[in-house]
Design a protein around this ligand. Structure first.
Ligand SMILES: NC(=O)c1ccc[n+]([C@@H]2O[C@H](COP(=O)([O-])OP(=O)(O)OC[C@H]3O[C@@H](n4cnc5c(N)ncnc54)[C@H](O)[C@@H]3O)[C@@H](O)[C@H]2O)c1
Ligand SMILES: O=c1ccn([C@@H]2O[C@H](COP(=O)(O)OP(=O)(O)O[C@H]3O[C@H](CO)[C@@H](O)[C@H](O)[C@H]3O)[C@@H](O)[C@H]2O)c(=O)[nH]1
Length: 335
């Protein structure tokens, strides 16, 4: 299957491309390189093709679809993804994450492309009492980034009712790790998320700042569902290959959570990190991060039933692959 991946030069899109190539599919990438890296495109030399440009550039998307008339599906990863940035600049977030994808969808419909996989987020959930969520849990996004993702899901659902478009919204939990062969990974050397900060503390021999120790959880720190990005990419391959069967069974806009089904607290993440490195990070306790949430993990029944997939890699593998990528990243990105 030939698949257009928007945001295909970013962390998740590039990993999905690699996984699809491994499964015999052909990825065509579209990325404006605002955050993505050209090194995650054609230089990998494995057959992926990168077009540089904006998803809302109708002439460019028309050209891609004309040059690749056999594109059968789109994986839509392109977005702005940083929560605090979305609070400071909501206009850019709603334009990039809602308005531009709608222009893209219009162009796709004109060309008869009807299968659309949407990278949505677990950040839109309000967790239940026991921290678990299902696809039926009530959304309650608390920042412009998460709201923009929910808005696009809702717009796409409306569009599927009126047009031949079919959409699978995949709500990702917290991706960690890298392509195990280290061709791609996170572009940012020191991302602000929990594992990024752990790696930074480890490399710089600095203490790790644990933000929030008074949450009503088993150890006072927040809970997340950390999923290896290679497992996440495998779920995309399964979703593409089963797409028609899934919409035949579920309707034109199914939603599927992609997580491991396991909740991990920040303290547990630190302990797993120490196990992998064989060291003991110094931890400094600090107040809650502004706007933080207690967090959740997902039930995996629906993903298992519809995709025939479940996450296989452990958190320790995710941590080890993130560390290995952090060491290799500068040489891959020519820095
Ligand atoms: N990483 C996470 O923690 C996480 C969690 C849940 C959901 N997601 C979703 O997964 C998707 C991919 O995230 P990621 O972590 O790979 O982020 P990323 O920033 O690495 O990738 C996004 C890519 O989109 C590109 N892009 C942005 N605007 C564009 C535009 N207008 N036209 C063309 N390309 C554009 C960027 O250059 C970048 O390469 C996003 O939609 C994000 O919301 C990510
Ligand atoms: O140095 C740090 C960094 C984080 N945390 C805590 O670790 C937890 C997890 O934080 P993080 O890794 O940033 O995960 P999320 O808060 O779930 O946010 C990430 O995951 C979301 C959904 O998966 C994305 O939407 C966000 O953009 C991305 O930052 C939070 O309680 C943080 O307060 C610390 O204690 N110290």
């Amino acid at each position: 299957m030939k698949v257009l991946i928007t945001g295909g030069a970013g962390f998740i899109g590039s990993t999905v491309a690699t996984r699809l190539l491994q499964e015999g599919d052909v990825p065509v990438l579209l990325d404006d390189l605002s955050r993505g890296r050209a090194e995650f495109g054609d230089p990998l030399g494995d057959g992926r093709v990168l077009y540089r440009g904006d998803i809302a550039d109708e002439a460019l998307v028309e050209r891609i679809l004309t040059e690749h008339p056999d594109i059968e599906a789109v994986v839509h990863c392109a977005a702005r993804i940083v929560v605090p940035e979305s609070v400071a600049d909501p206009l850019t977030y709603y334009r990039t994450n809602v308005a531009k994808p709608l222009t893209l969808v219009r162009t796709l419909l004109r060309h008869g492309v009807r299968r659309f996989l949407f990278s949505s987020t677990a950040a839109l959930y309000e967790p239940g009492e026991d921290f678990t969520v299902t696809e039926e849990s009530a959304p309650n996004p608390t920042n412009p980034y998460a709201r923009s993702k929910l808005m696009l899901e809702q717009a796409l659902a409306d569009i599927t009712a009126a047009e031949p478009l079919r959409v699978l919204s995949l709500r990702y939990f917290n991706p960690v790790g890298a392509d195990p062969e280290l061709r791609t990974g996170l572009q940012d050397p020191y991302p602000s998320h929990a594992l990024g900060r752990l790696i930074q503390a480890h490399e710089k021999h600095e203490p790790y700042v644990l933000m929030g120790t008074d949450w009503p959880t088993r150890d006072g720190s927040t809970v997340r569902d950390y999923i290896h990005v290679w497992d996440l990419a495998e779920a995309h391959a399964a979703a593409l290959h089963r797409f028609d069967a899934i919409v035949a069974e579920e309707g034109p806009h199914p939603v599927i959570n992609l997580g491991t089904g396991r909740g991990t607290t920040v303290r547990e993440l630190v302990a797993a990190f120490d196990e992998v490195t064989g060291g003991t990070l110094e931890v400094v306790e600090a107040p809650r991060r502004e706007g933080d949430v207690i967090g959740c993990y997902t039930r995996v029944d629906k993903a298992e039933r519809l995709l025939g997939w479940r996450a296989a890699k452990t958190l320790r593998e995710g941590i080890a692959d993130s560390l290995a990528w952090a060491a290799k990243r500068p040489s891959v990105l020519g820095e």
